[in-house]
Design a protein around this ligand. Sequence first.
Ligand SMILES: *Cc1c(COP(=O)(O)O)cnc(C)c1O
Length: 690
Amino acid sequence: MKQASEEQAKNQSNHWNLEQATYLYDIDRWGRGYFYINEKGHVAVRPVYESDQSIDIYDIVMEIKARGIQLPCLIRFQDLLQTRVIELNEAFRQAIIEYEYLNVYRGVYPIKVNQLHEVVEEIIEAGAPYDFGLECGSKAELLATLAHLDRDDMLLICNGYKDQTMMSLMLAGRQLGKEVIPVLEKRREFDELFSVAEAMQVKPAFGVRVRLTTEGSGRWAESGGEQSKFGISLLEILDIVNILKQREQIDAFQLVHFHLGSQMNDILTVKAAVREATRVYAKLVQMGIPVRYLDIGGGLGVSYQGTRSGREQEINYTLQEYVNGVVYTVKEVCDAEDVPHPVLVSESGRSITAYHSVLVVGVLAATTRATEQDAIPIEAAENDHESVSELLDLNRQIDEDVDLSQVLEIHHDAEQRRGEANLLFSLGYLSLEEKAKVEQLYWRVTRKIVQRIRGVDEEELPDDLRRLHLLLTDQYICDFSVFQSMLDHWAIDQLFPVMPLHRLNEMPTRQGVLVDLTCDSDGKVDTFVDISGPKPYLDLHAVLENEPYFLGFFLMGAYQDILGDMHNLFGRVNEVHVYADREEPNGFYVEKFIPGTTVEEAVQLVQYFSSDLKKRMDKIVQRQVKNKNLRAGEGMRILEQYNAALTESTYYNFWQNGVPRLAVREVVEAPIESNGVNGATRLAAGAGNE
Ligand SMILES: *Cc1c(COP(=O)(O)O)cnc(C)c1O
C-alpha cells in the first residue's frame, strides 16, 4: 500500500515544476528577489547589491555540517545587510534628486532591532559613504554605540528616558566632537540636560520627540498619538522655546523627532505624520529656532506575508514609495511655509535587518495519520452493530457528487455513529473487532471529507468542517524553540515565511504544522504565509527514510534573533556569518561561527553551577558504588557522560557523528492532540519591539 502511495506521489511530481513551488510558497513576493528557488530545487539567496551572485542555502548547511556545527543554526548573510543599507540610502538619494529637495538624508540605525556587534559593524561599514549613523534607546545601548562613532559626521540619536549618567555621556560625546543628539522624551529632561551641561561646561544640543495628533497604524499604533507614553506636547515645546530665547541658546534646539511605531502598514498614515511633524518644524523655524534636522523615526515596514491587502501586519507600500512620500511631503510643506528644507533623518531598523538572517532547522519526526489501511476492504458481519453498516454507507455516500451541506450532514452522522460505538464499547456491548471497524471507517470517511473540501475557501466552510481540516494535518517536530527564535510568532501572532530548503522540485504531498522541542502547547507554528492570506498549515514533503529534511525560517533578522527567551532552557542557537565570494567553489565562505548557549551556560542563568552539579552527581555515583549497586567503571562512565553533556548545545543533536538524525514517520490512528501544558504567560511577556 505504501508503495502505491509513493508511486502516486511520483506521478504527481511529473506535473510539478519550480514555478509551482515558487507560487505555492509565495517566495517571489516576500523574498523580494533576495530569495528564490534555484534549478536544483533548493532555496538560494542573492545577497549582493546589484549582482546576480547566488548562494545555495543547502550548500551552506552541508558546509557547516562538515565543520561539525550542529543545527539549529542561524545563518547571517552579511552582504544582505550591506545591500539593505545601500538600497535605503540610494532610495533617498534618488527621491532627493527627483523632487529637487535642497538638503541631504542622514539616516541612523536603531540598534535595539538587532544589537549583535557584527550586525552593527556591517551596517556602519556599508553606511560610511552615506554618513549613516546610529540610534540608541537605553544606557547599555548608549555605551555600545558611543564607542562606535568612528567618523565625526555620523549622527548618534539618543532616544528613551535618560538619567544623569546618560546625559553626561551624551555631552561628553559632543566634547569629543561627535554629533550626539539627545532626544528629549519629557519636559523634565530639558532642565536636567541643561543643568548637567552647565556643570560640565559643555554647549548642549538636543532634539525633541513631538507628540503628534496623527496616530500610527498597525500593531504598534500606541507608540505614537496623544496617549503615547513618549513625547512632549506643543505647549511644553513653546515653553522650552521661550526659555532658550531668554538664555540666548536657541541653536541648542537642533532636531524635531517623532516615531509612530514599528511596521506602519499604511502609507497614508506615514504621510500624514510627516506632514504634521514638518509643520511643527516649520513653525519653530519661523519663530527663530534654527532647527537643522527632521527625524521621522522608524516604522518603515517589511512585507512578511507577501500579500498587499493591507491586513494588520501587512504593509501597502514599497521602500521607494515610502521614501518618495517622505521627501515629497517635507518639501511641499517647507515650500509652502517658506522655510529651508531640513536634513532628513530616519531610524529604520526592521527594514535594514529583517532579511539578513535565516534559521535552519532539522525535522526530527513527522507524525501523520495512518492511511495505509484505507484500501483494506471492510465489510459488516452479520451480527455487527448497526453503526458499522451505517458508517460503510456514509463512506459510499461521500464518494458521490455531494454538495457542501450534504458533506456537513455526512460528517455529523459519522460523528454520531462513532460516539455511539464508543459508549457501547465502554459499557461492554461492543466487541473489539466492531470497535476497530468503526474507528477505521470513521477515519476513512473523515479523510474523504477533508479531500472533498480541499481547495474550498476557508471562509465558505462551516466551522465543523474547518476544524476537521486541522485535525488531519500532520505534525512535524522541529529541532528548535519558538520562544528562543521566533518570539513574536508566539507573542503577537507575527507571521514569518517558512519553507523547505530543498526537494522543491518534488510536489509537497503533506500538509502539516510545526511543533518545537519545548513542553509548551504554544511552542508551535500553525499559521503560514500564503498568496491568498494566512493559512493554517504548511505544504511539506513526506519525510523519507535515510534523508534529512531541512526547513528555513526567513526574515528573522529584525527583533527575533536577538530577542529570545530561555523557555525550557533552550538557549541561543549556533550562528554562522556567511559572505558571498565568487572565488570559492560554492560562491561563499563562512567567516565566523558563534557557538550557541551550552547546557552549562543555560543552567547557570538560573543559578545552577556546573561545578556544584558535577559534585552532586559524583556523590550519587559514589554512594551507589559503595553500596555495590553499581560497578566503579560504570560509575565513571556515567560521570564522563554527564560532564560532556554540560558542554553541548541545549538543542537536540541533529548530526550524530556526521550522520543526520533521520526524521521518522510516526503513524497514529487517532487525531493528534496538543501536548498538554498550557501556554505560559503570553500576555505578560509580549515582545519588546515598539
Ligand atoms: C523601535 C524604534 C525604531 C525602529 O523602528 P523600525 O520599525 O524597526 O524601523 C526607531 N525609532 C525608535 C524611537 C524606536 O523606538
